[in-house]
Design a protein around this ligand. Sequence first.
Ligand code: ZN
Length: 407
Amino acid sequence: MKFPIYFLFLGLLGCTLFGFARAQPAPHSYRIQAVGTNTASEKWCDYLRAQLERRMGNNHAVLNTSAPPSALDILIELDTTLTADYAIQRTGNRLTLQAENEEVMLWMIYQCISWLAEEDSRIAAADLPPALTDMRLSSRGNFRFEYRGIYSPSNMQPEARAILATHNVDDDWGLWGHNLRKALGNQSDESLYAMHDGRRDESQFCFSSETLYHGLESYILDNYGDGVHGAGARSFRFCIMPDDNDRVCQCSACRRAGNTLQSATGAVDRLLRRLAERFPRHLFFTTAYRTTADAPGSPMPANCGVLVSAIDLPLHPLNTQEKTVSQFERKLTEWKRVTSRIYVWDYMRNFDDYLTPFPMLAPSNNASRTSRKTAYRVFSSTAAAMTTLRWMMYRPMFSRPCCSQTA
Ligand SMILES: [Zn+2]
C-alpha cells in the first residue's frame, strides 16, 4: 500500500547554475536600496537590512546611503511585470535583485544572505541552507514547479518554507480534499444534494445547486476574502471535489451541463468556471478522479486547474513502455488540452520501506524530470514523516530554480 503524501509543484523552464569560486574578496560593507519608489521594494530593503544587521551583530557594515567604493550595492525591486520568477543583475559592485512576487522576493533575500555568508564570516547564517543561486553572475529564471508542497514535519514550519520557497497544504488551500460539507456547514436545503433515481441522495452533491454555489461563495468571502480587497489580500487555492463515491447527480440542470450516469465533469466544470469568474485572483481545481476523471470538453479559465493522482504509477524509475505509465501520460495529455495548470498528487514511499533513508529519491527525480520534459506544469509529493535531512535531500530536486546565466 502506498503511503499518501501530499504534493506538488508546477514547473517552468531552464537550466541550472551552481557554485562558482569567487575571485573577489568579500566587501567590507553593504549599501541596500530600493529601485525607484516602490513601497513594496522598500519594505524588502528594510527586511534585508534588518536581517543583515542582526546577523552581523549590528557592526555598522550595513549602510543606507554613503558608502565606500568597496561597498557592495544591493538594489531590491519587486516587479510584478517581470517575465521570470526572479532576475539577478550583477555589474561590478552592484547587485540588483528582482522578483515577480513577494514570496519569491523573500526566498531571494535568504538566498542573498546565504550567498554573502559564504565569503563574509561576519554574517551568521548557520540556519540557512547553501545558496542555490550564484549572485556573482547575472541570471534570471523560474521555479521548476509552481506549487512545491512536500508534506513533511520540517515543511510545516512557516519560517522554513520562506527560506526554502515551499508550500503547505494547510496554508495555501482554502478548500482541500473531500471537505465540501465542512465548507457549506449545516444546510438543510435538499437541493444541495444529488438527484438519483428520482430522489435526493445526500451521499453526493448537485453541483448545479444555487444553494451550493452561494454557500461556497460565502465560505470563500468570509474566510479568505476575494483575493483583491482588504489588508493582506492574497490568492488561495480551492479544490472542488465530489464526495468519494460514484454517484452522479441526474437533475435536469446537471444533465444539461453534460453529466452522464458515470461522469460529473459537466456540472463540476461549470461550477468551477462560475467561481473562477467570481474570484479571478483565486485558483480553483477539481480532481481527475472517479466521477471527474474525464477532462471537460473546452479549455478552462486561466485560474482553474486539476489535481491528478499518481497513485497508480509504479514506485520505481518510470518506463514509458509500462502500461500504467502510458495510461498516466494519456490522462495528463487529455487534461493538458484544457488547462496548463496540472498538479500531480504524488507518492514517494511505501509502508514496507518506511524506515529506509531515501527509498524513493531516484524514482522521484526521474518522475520530476519526466514531468518537466513533457512540459506539464506539474508535480510531486512526499511522505508524511520525512525527516529534515530527507527533506533537504529532496529540496534541490524541486526547489532549485531553473535559470539562464546572462553574464
Ligand atoms: Zn444536479
